[in-house]
Every structure is written in C-alpha cells, then in structure tokens.
Design a binder for this molecule. Structure first.
Ligand SMILES: Nc1ncnc2c1ncn2[C@@H]1O[C@H](COP(=O)(O)OP(=O)(O)O)[C@@H](O)[C@H]1O
Ligand SMILES: [Mg+2]
Length: 361
C-alpha cells in the first residue's frame, strides 16, 4: 500500500532552483511516470520520496503521513537506478537473497528460497541463478536489479531511468515486462524517464516536468490529445505536433505570415478564439492529410520511410510541417501536393502564454 503525495515541494542547491512548488498525487497501485528532459528535476524528486534528499520547502506524504522525519529505511522503498549496482563477485541468487538477509527481517531460509525462485521465474532469469553477476549482459543485469527490488515487497518502487542504458530491442522487451510485473504486483510505481515513448506506453498517469515544475499530469491519452501548452505539445509525440502561428478571420483559420487558409477548428469559438487573437495552431502529423482538392498547396521537402507509413515534410513558403501518410502514398521530393488538416483535431494555444485555450479556463 502506498499513496504518495508531494505538496508544494521546492528544492534549491546553493542558488540553483531544482524544484519549484512541485505537487504530485500518486494513487495506490498506480504506475506513475515522471517525464522530463535532463536536468528537469526527476532524480531530485525521486530522492525526495526515497528519503535521500530533504526538501527545502514542502512536504512528502506516504499514505497520508508526513514522512519528514522518516529515514530512507523506514520509508521502505525500493530504488532501481540506471547504473545497476550488483555485487560482482556474487551469484545472481546471492544478489537476490541479499535484500532478504538483514537480521531485522527474520525471514526463514525456506521462505527466502521460495521468494527468490518466484522472482527469478517472473523475470526469466532462473537459468542464471548460479552465475556470477559480472558474467551477465546489460539486459540480464538490469533484470537482476529489478529482481532485487521486487523480491522484498517494499511499499513503493522508485525507478530512475532503469532502461536508458539498454539497446532498443531490450528496452522494448523490458518495458512490457515491467508493466506486467507492476500489474501483477498491484503496487505503486514511480518511474522516471526522459523517453516519451516509455512514458506513453507504460504510464497509467504521466507527469510532465519542466524546469522543476509539473506542467501537466494526465493519462497518456490526455497528454497526447489535449496538451496543456506548447511545451508538452512539442515534447510528447514523434514526430512532434506541428505548431503554426495564425489567427481566426471570419470562419477561416489563417496562418501567419503566409496567409494560407485552413478550415475552422471545431469548437474554436466556444473556447475563446476571437477574431484576430494571436494563436498557435497545433496539429499532429497524423491529422494532416494530402488530397487533390485540399485548400493549401505545398512542396514535398523530405520523405522518411517508416515501413507502414511515411513521414513527409511539407514546405509552404518558408514554413515546414510534418504529415504522416500511408506507405503506399507515392510522392517525390519537390513534388507539389495539396493538404488539409482534420479540423476536429486542432489544438489552439494562446500565442503569448503558450497555454492551450482548453486549459486556460
Ligand atoms: N547535489 C546537487 N548539487 C547541485 N545541483 C544539483 C544537485 N543535484 C541536482 N542538481 C541540479 O538540479 C537540477 C535537477 O537535477 P536532477 O534532479 O538530477 O535532474 P534529472 O534527473 O531530471 O536530469 C539539475 O540542474 C542539476 O544539475
Ligand atoms: Mg536523473
């Protein structure tokens, strides 16, 4: 059981502000991903929950209790780091037994064996149990590190970019495995990453952290489809959302400075997009389509083949925008094409603040 709350947490190192008024609410049993670029404050946040770092201001609650005076051991968290710290001269089995051995835990040898075997089965490392850990591959070592964390049934799992050092294939496999493990354990995971694909594929909830502040918290669906501001819009999604300056004129969306026109985004008026208000139009590449009768002419600037689809870069004057189209779409560089957007899928941001009109309230 662990419901984690961070209330108004600030952390400064000298005069550097690492976290500024951070609020987080992680429900019991939730897979929560904290997503942010390097230096955003992810590790600092994790260390604060673990009790390895004290907030300059604010409070951490575990199951409603302020844990300011609890040391790391009392908080009973398991930490998995990017750099695995296994005992190299010991076997995998000994490494997995280690967290169960301290005298205060008083676990019977039979029980230790049962637990280690069960974890080894879950992580598919049974065949490695008698091997020394310095004879393992990177992926195997990271499995053992995760095993060391889950063998012990802690209150909460904290994972700091545990997959970042692995190659792409392994990362993908472990992503699925970790998610399954979390669902089976039903325990609270706080997982930190700079990789938006990890965040979107694993998280029940995602918190986007930028410069020590949470910009948005939501399900992957909400973050992707209804980003709070242009930062989230361009950080999440690959290729990122197209962001084009413009305004509404009568019943048209007019892009600056080229004055090309696209159909009025659905619902634009009801969220406060008045005529002439400076806006940024956000449209995902998969919601831009080519059609012979479409309103805007562009040139194909670049074509990337991705198997099932192609990512086109379209050029209108100096403006570039991305469109994801089916692989069978036959286009050549510099070919003229016509495009439009799906007016249902356009997100409108205020040009000045960068905040989505849907979120501005
Ligand atoms: N012990 C420390 N002393 C000084 N600055 C620190 C310390 N720990 C972190 N920082 C700074 O705080 C900011 C956030 O760091 P960190 O939490 O490690 O970010 P992330 O994990 O998102 O990359 C960074 O600018 C980092 O340089
Ligand atoms: Mg970090």
């Amino acid at each position: 059981m662990a419901h984690i709350q961070l209330k108004n947490i600030s952390k400064t190192f000298g005069n550097h502000i690492a976290l500024a008024g951070l609020n987080l609410d992680i429900a019991d049993g939730e897979f929560f991903v904290l997503l942010g670029e390097t230096g955003a404050g992810k590790t600092t946040t994790l260390r604060m929950v673990a009790g390895l770092e004290k907030p300059t201001e604010g409070q951490v609650f575990i199951d409603g209790v302020d844990v300011a005076n609890w040391g790391a051991a009392e908080r009973d968290v398991a930490l998995v780091l990017q750099q695995y710290s296994l005992y190299p001269r010991y076997t995998v089995r000994e490494n997995l037994e280690f967290p169960l051995k301290p005298k205060i835990r008083r676990i019977e040898p039979d029980e230790i064996k049962t637990r280690v075997d069960r974890v080894a089965r879950t992580l598919r490392i049974e065949h490695l149990l008698d091997r020394k850990t310095d004879r393992l591959s990177g992926g195997e070592m990271q499995r053992v590190s995760i095993g060391r964390a889950i063998v012990r049934k802690p209150r909460v799992f904290l994972m700091d970019e545990p997959l970042s050092a692995l190659d792409a294939k392994l990362r993908e496999a472990l992503r699925t495995e970790l998610k399954n493990i979390q669902m089976n354990l039903g325990q609270t995971f706080l997982f930190v990453t700079h990789d938006q694909i990890e965040a979107m594929s694993m998280g029940d909830k995602v918190g986007v952290l930028n410069h020590g502040r949470i910009v948005q918290t939501g399900t992957p669906y909400e973050i992707y489809n209804n980003p709070r501001d242009t930062y989230v819009a361009s950080f999440v999604g690959s290729p990122p959302m197209n962001l084009i300056d413009g305004k509404l004129v009568d019943n048209r969306a007019v892009m600056a400075p080229l004055n090309f026109e696209l159909p009025l985004p659905v619902g634009a008026r009801t969220i406060g997009a008045t005529d002439g208000r400076p806006l940024v139009f956000g449209i995902r590449p998969e919601d831009v389509y080519l059609e012979s009768g479409a309103p805007v002419e562009a040139r194909v600037h670049d074509v990337e083949n991705h198997g099932v689809e192609k990512i086109l870069t379209l050029r209108v004057g100096d403006a570039m925008l991305r469109a994801t189209v089916p692989a069978r779409t036959d286009v050549e560089i510099e070919q003229p094409v016509r495009f439009a957007w799906n007016p249902d899928k356009v997100v409108l941001f205020d040009k000045g603040s960068g905040v989505s009109l849907r979120h501005a309230g």
